[in-house]
Design a protein around this ligand. Structure first.
Ligand code: UDP
Length: 318
């Protein structure tokens, strides 16, 4: 199993979970290859390689003889970071995905999982919330977020083309705000920011008017869903991954986190900071019927439970 972006939030989860499955569940051993363009962390029992998927992948010099499954979670997902690295953000979605799909072809892999985003829906009209996979989002080509959103659309088209032309066993997922332990505390995503501030006793900063909504899916629910899609999903298809309940305004989220962890540090509604990309989606909520039908699994962890787990995890680290 090749896991790209193995140093990232999802990559860490996938590597750790496959290590667990290998040791506790499988009869015959599976080899895990952790690949990242940064210094590779991971279990010493796994093969770790430094790999920039945007460049030509020379499997021979990397010592890769065979691959059966690819989980391609290399990418730049934090709005603050992709605003600073727009070319790299587009590049990893296009060149990176292209190289990975070609790698899959070369080895005749069983299945490939590629990561798009709920951002491809933009702000859906009211009749399309919750949003199904069929909804076609309107995305500007020249905004601060375009490098990410358009990049993800291109990624999807690449997967589609490889499926149509080469019968690639690729499945595409569109995650809706996944959260939990192992998220980078300095990526400036909303929940790590809120939790970090609570731990440090600082007020929670809500951007804009705070009425914009999101739904949040706890990471273990998302990982189970995505592994099942890798194994049971249909080739060439797209699946929403998220927890539709509750769709919550960000100001309400700030209050919810404070209540759940029982710490009142105050909530401030502030203008968008300069580093934050403009034109953010105002509402976001998935329809997960297609995914549930395919894999027979629904998210199990409520927002309250998940927030508490995340807080308890970081409380010990910070
Ligand atoms: N947000 C916020 N305060 C923060 C970080 C983010 O109010 O410290 C808001 C942001 O405007 C957006 C939501 O929280 O409405 C989620 O932002 P994030 O960057 O985590 O993910 P996105 O869904 O935008 O990719």
């Amino acid at each position: 199993i090749l896991i790209t972006g193995s140093n990232g939030f999802l990559g860490r989860w996938f590597s750790d979970i496959f290590r667990h499955i290998d040791e506790n569940i499988l009869d015959s051993s599976c080899n895990i290859i952790c690949a990242d363009n940064n210094i590779v962390r991971g279990d010493t029992r796994d093969k770790s390689i430094v790999l920039n998927i945007c460049e030509k992948i020379d499997t021979k010099s990397l010592g890769i003889k065979n691959i059966d499954y690819i989980i391609n979670c290399a990418g730049i997902a934090s709005p603050k970071i992709y605003k600073n690295y727009p070319v790299e953000t587009l590049d990893v979605s296009y060149s990176g995905t292209k190289n990975i799909l070609e790698l899959g072809r070369k080895f005749g892999v069983e299945s490939i999982l590629c990561f798009s985003s709920s951002e491809v829906y933009g702000t859906p009209d009211i009749d399309n919330i919750p949003t199904t996979e069929e909804y076609i989002g309107l995305i500007p080509t020249m905004s601060d977020r375009s490098c990410y959103d358009i990049g993800k659309k291109v990624l999807e088209t690449l997967c589609h083309v490889h499926y149509e032309k080469y019968q690639s066993p690729v499945k595409v997922v569109r995650p809706f705000n996944l959260y939990g332990p192992k998220m980078g505390l300095h990526d400036n995503r909303v929940l790590p920011n809120f939790i970090d501030n609570i731990i440090k006793g600082k007020s929670l900063k809500v951007y804009g008017d705070g009425n914009q909504t999101r739904t949040f899916c706890y990471v273990t629910d998302a990982i189970v869903t995505m592994i099942k899609i890798l194994l049971m999903g249909k080739d060439g298809e797209i699946y929403n991954v998220g927890n539709p309940k509750p769709e919550i305004g960000i100001k309400d989220l700030a209050e919810e986190v404070s209540n759940v962890v029982n710490k009142n540090v105050g909530v401030e509604v502030i203008d968008y900071p300069n580093f934050y990309p403009s034109d953010e989606p105002l509402r976001r909520c998935p329809d997960i019927s297609k995914t549930v039908l395919c894999i027979n699994y629904k998210p199990q962890i409520s927002l309250q439970e998940g927030l508490l787990k995340m807080y308890n995890h970081y409380k010990e680290k910070v």
